[in-house]
Design a protein around this ligand. Structure first.
Ligand SMILES: [Zn+2]
Length: 80
């Protein structure tokens, strides 16, 4: 079993499914809001590549379901 989040991209509004631990995001009013892959690529182009910086890599699995976590793993997440 696996789970994933569904939300709208904070930039363009496209509905996306994503892994909340891996998806690129922006902090808006103190809340982490997800970016779709297109917008993450655009963000990299504008904020990194155009300035001669390395793009921030999009983590593998960012737009795929999260593997099921055990109660122990979940507890460890809460402790962080
Ligand atoms: Zn987007």
């Amino acid at each position: 079993m696996a789970y994933f989040m569904v939300a709208s991209c904070i930039n363009c509004g496209t509905r996306i499914t994503f892994n909340p631990h891996l998806v690129p995001s922006l902090i808006v009013n103190g809340t982490k809001e997800p970016l779709c892959k297109n917008c993450a690529d655009k963000w990299n182009q504008i904020h990194r590549i155009s300035k001669g910086l390395e793009p921030v890599p999009i983590q593998e699995g960012a737009y795929e379901p999260q593997k099921e976590v055990t109660d122990t793993d979940y507890q460890e997440d809460l402790d962080e």
